[in-house]
Design a protein around this ligand. Structure first.
Ligand code: PRX
Length: 656
C-alpha cells in the first residue's frame, strides 16, 4: 500500500474501539503489555506452562546471537501436547476437526479420541517402515485428516516433517526432498478441486528418479484414481496404518529437538528450509492463538482457511489450536467449490466463531458480492483475522462490515515462516483497530522500524521492520546453510533481525506493514522469489534472458510480470508470440507450480541493464505498474525502456 493511501485513511479517523462485549471476557487483560515488558523472557517462561512437559525446564533463554535456545533443559512431546493430554483431561469426545471435503458429500467429525487413535496407528505404521527420530519425512498431501495425522505421527516419533504444498510441481518436490535428504514421502493418489479429482502421486512418481535415497512412499487412497505402483517402494496407507495398534507410547524429546522444516522462497532461486524446534515454537503458537484469537476451548469453533502446506497451516491449524484443545473446521476445497457461497454455508453449518484467512481470499469474496454473506446465518462469527499480505483498508472494512457485521473485531496479524508465530497484531478486547494496520508488537516481542542506517524512525515515518530481541518461535536456522541464515537476516542491521518488510509508524506510533522491500513477491499470500521464476523461465529452451517483477494487482495483491528475450532461432522463427507466451506460462507452472504462472509475459528485444550488466528491475516495476519511469541515465541503452513500455501498453490492449 502506498504511503499516501495510509494518510488518506487516517485522516478519515477510522479506528474502532474494542467492542464492549469483548472487554469484560477477553483473554487478554489491559495489563498484559506491561507485565510482558517488565521482563519479557520471564513472561515467556510463564507462558511455557501452557504446555505439558515430561521434564519441566529450569532455563528459559540462552542467546548467542543469532542463535537462541529456549527452555533447553525441558523435555516434551509435541504430539502428546496436541492430542493425548486433552483425552487424558476428559475431553476425548470434543471434536478436534469437522473435516469438510471439496465435494459436498465428503465430511467427517474427528474427535480428540479419534485423533489420538489415528496418530498412534500412523506412528506405529511409520515405525514399521523404519522412520525414527531425526529422519526427514516429506508430506505432500491434500487437506485431508491424514495430512495432520501424518504431521503429528512424525512429531510423536521425533521425525522432522517437511510439508510440501500440494500445488508444487515435481521439480519443486525434487529440490525440497534432496535439500534435506528426506528418506520417506507421504502422499495421496490425489485430491479434489471443484469436484474434479486432481493427481498428486503422479508428481511424486515423476520426482522419484532424481531422489534415489527415498526408501518408502506411503500413499493415502483419496480419490481411487489409477496410479502407477513401484513395488517395495510404494505402500498404501490403509495397508500399513489401519492394522496397527492404537497404542503408542510417546517418547519425550529435548525442547530444542527439531519439529519441522518449511521451505520458503528467499531472494535466490533456491528455497530455504526454515527449521523450527519444539518447546519455544509450541509455547509461542499456543500463546498467540490463545490471546490473538481470544479462544475459549469449550465453545469456539476456529477456522483457519489456509493450506497446511504453508506456515499458517502449521501454526494455526495444527500446532497452536491443537495445543489449546479447540474445535476446528478443516476444509479441503476452494472458496467456490460447490458454489460461491460455500464458505458462508460452512460457517452456518458448523457455527464457526473465529475465521482466519488471507486478504486475497477476502478480496475474492468481496468481488463475489455481499449478498452472498446475507444468504446464510453467519452470526456465530465473533472474531476475524487476516494474515499473509498487507490488507488494503477497503478489504478490511468489507470484512468487518459484511462478514463481521460490525460486531467482530478484525485482527490483522503480521508474521513470517521464519518467525513461526504471530509477532505484530492487535489484541481483541483491549486494542483499538484501524483498517489496514497490524498495530503493535505482541506482548514479549520487540519490534522496531529503522532507516537505512538502522536508526529507529519516529512516529509518522517509514522504514524497515526489524526484530531486536529473540522470541520463542524464531527459526533456528536454514537447513544445511548456516551462512545464509546469518547473511539473510542478521547482516543488514547490526544486532537485529531484518524481516525484509517495509513498515511505517503512524502519528500514534501504530504499525502499518507496507510489503516486501526485497525480491520476494507475495502472490495471493504465496511467497515466491523473482529469481525462482526467472530461473524457471531461462530453463525453457527458447529463452535467452528473463527478468521478473511483482506488480500490484487488485485481487492477488501482487502478480508476476515477466520480461523475456528469446534465443535468436526462436525469435526469428516467425512463430506467433501468443503461443510462445502460453508455452512459457505452462513451463513455469510445470517447473514450480501453477501459482507461479506469470500474469503477463512481455517478449522484448532486450532488457534494461546498467553498464555493469545488472538488470534494473526497478524500471521494469515502473513499466509493469504503468508509472512514470525513474532515472534511466545509468543504462547501457536508455531507449530500451521506452520500447518495453510500448510493448507493455500493446499487451494491455491485446488483453482487453
Ligand atoms: O511480507 C510479509 C507478508 O508475508 C511475508 C511472510 O510470508 P510467509 O513466510 O509465506 O508467511 C505468511 C504467513 C505468516 C512477510 O514477510 N505478510 C504476512 N503477514 C502480513 C504480511 N504483510 C502485511 N501484513 C500482514 N499481516
Amino acid at each position: 500500500m502506498a504511503e499516501g493511501q495510509i494518510e488518506a485513511f487516517l485522516t478519515e479517523e477510522r479506528s474502532f474501539a474494542p467492542p464492549a462485549h469483548f472487554v469484560a471476557h477477553a483473554n487478554a487483560k489491559p495489563t498484559i503489555y506491561d507485565e510482558a515488558d517488565r521482563d519479557p523472557v520471564a513472561w515467556w517462561g510463564e507462558q511455557a506452562r501452557r504446555l505439558t512437559w515430561d521434564v519441566e525446564p529450569t532455563t528459559t533463554l540462552e542467546w548467542t546471537r543469532p542463535y537462541a535456545q529456549w527452555f533447553s533443559d525441558g523435555r516434551l512431546n509435541a504430539s502428546v501436547n496436541c492430542v493425548d493430554r486433552h483425552v487424558a483431561a476428559g475431553n476425548g469426545e470434543r471434536v478436534a476437526f469437522h473435516w469438510v471435503g471439496d465435494r459436498e458429500e465428503d465430511y467427517v467429525d474427528v474427535t480428540y479420541r479419534d485423533l489420538l487413535d489415528r496418530v498412534c496407528r500412523a506412528a506405529n505404521g511409520l515405525s514399521s517402515l523404519g522412520v525414527k527420530a531425526g529422519d526427514r519425512v516429506a508430506i505432500y498431501m491434500p487437506m485431508i485428516p491424514e495430512a495432520i495425522v501424518s504431521m503429528l505421527a512424525c512429531a510423536r516419533l521425533g521425525a522432522i516433517h517437511s510439508v510440501i504444498f500440494g500445488g508444487f510441481a515435481a521439480e519443486a518436490l525434487v529440490d525440497r526432498i534432496l535439500d534435506s535428504d528426506c528418506r520417506y514421502v507421504i502422499t495421496a493418489d490425489g485430491g479434489y478441486r471443484r469436484g474434479e479429482a486432481s493427481a498428486l502421486k503422479v508428481n511424486v512418481d515423476a520426482a522419484m528418479p532424481k531422489c534415489p535415497d527415498v526408501a518408502a512412499v506411503l500413499v493415502v487412497k483419496r480419490t481411487g484414481q489409477a496410479v502407477e505402483w513401484t513395488p517395495h517402494r510404494d505402500h498404501w496407507w490403509h495397508d500399513v496404518v489401519d492394522s496397527q495398534s492404537s497404542e503408542h507410547v510417546a517418547q519425550s524429546f529435548e525442547a530444542e529437538h527439531p519439529l519441522y522444516l518449511m521451505y520458503t522462497s528467499g531472494t535466490t532461486a533456491r528455497p530455504k528450509g526454515i527449521l523450527h524446534t519444539t518447546g519455544g515454537y509450541l509455547t509461542q503458537v499456543a500463546t498467540t492463538h490463545y490471546y490473538v484469537f481470544d479462544v475459549k476451548a469449550e465453545t469456539d469453533v476456529c477456522w483457519t482457511a489456509a493450506d497446511i502446506g504453508w506456515v499458517t497451516g502449521h501454526s494455526y491449524i495444527v500446532y497452536g489450536p491443537l495445543c489449546n484443545g479447540v474445535t476446528q473446521v478443516l476444509y479441503e476445497g476452494l472458496p467456490d467449490s460447490g458454489g460461491r457461497d460455500r464458505w458462508w454455508r460452512i460457517i452456518e453449518k458448523y457455527k464457526v466463531s473465529i475465521l482466519y484467512t488471507a486478504p486475497t481470499a477476502i478480496r475474492t469474496l468481496m468481488k463475489w458480492g455481499d449478498e452472498l454473506t446475507r444468504l446464510h446465518d453467519i452470526t456465530s462469527l465473533r472474531l476475524l483475522g487476516s494474515v499473509g499480505e498487507p490488507i488494503n483498508p477497503e478489504a478490511w472494512m468489507w470484512y468487518r462490515e459484511h462478514v463481521g457485521q460490525n460486531r467482530c473485531p478484525v485482527v490483522d496479524t503480521w508474521w513470517q515462516t521464519e518467525t513461526g508465530a504471530i509477532m505484530v497484531t492487535p489484541l481483541p478486547g483491549i486494542s483499538v483497530t484501524k483498517p489496514g494496520a497490524a498495530m503493535r508488537a505482541f506482548p514479549g516481542i520487540t519490534v522496531d522500524v529503522v532507516d537505512n542506517d538502522g536508526v529507529s524512525v519516529g512516529n509518522g515515518e517509514g522504514g524497515y521492520l526489524t526484530l531486536s530481541a529473540p522470541w520463542p518461535a524464531m527459526t533456528r536456522g536454514i537447513w544445511g546453510d548456516a551462512e545464509r541464515y546469518v547473511d539473510t537476516y542478521w547482516s543488514r542491521f547490526d544486532g537485529s533481525y531484518f524481516a525484509g518488510d517495509g513498515a511505517k509508524r503512524d502519528a500514534d506510533g501504530d504499525l502499518w506493514l507496507l510489503g516486501r522491500v526485497d525480491d520476494v513477491m507475495n502472490i495471493s499470500g504465496h511467497r515466491l522469489s523473482t529469481t525462482e521464476v526467472e530461473h524457471a523461465l531461462v530453463g525453457h529452451e527458447g529463452v535467452a534472458e528473463a527478468a521478473v517483477v511483482g506488480a500490484s494487482d487488485d485481487t492477488t495483491g501482487q502478480a508476476i510480470v515477466a520480461f523475456v528475450t528469446l534465443k535468436f532461432s526462436v525469435a526469428d522463427s516467425g512463430d506467433d508470440h501468443r503461443s510462445i507466451i502460453e508455452d512459457l506460462r505452462n513451463h513455469v507452472a510445470r517447473t514450480i507450480s501453477p501459482i507461479a504462472k506469470p500474469r503477463q509475459i512481455i517478449i522484448t528485444p532486450d532488457l534494461p541493464k546498467t553498464r555493469s550488466g545488472k538488470i534494473m528491475r526497478r524500471l521494469l516495476r515502473d513499466v509493469a505498474e504503468h508509472r512514470a519511469l525513474g532515472d534511466v541515465t545509468t543504462l547501457t541503452d536508455p531507449a530500451i525502456v521506452g520500447v518495453i513500455d510500448s510493448l507493455m501498453s500493446q499487451h494491455a490492449s491485446d488483453d482487453e
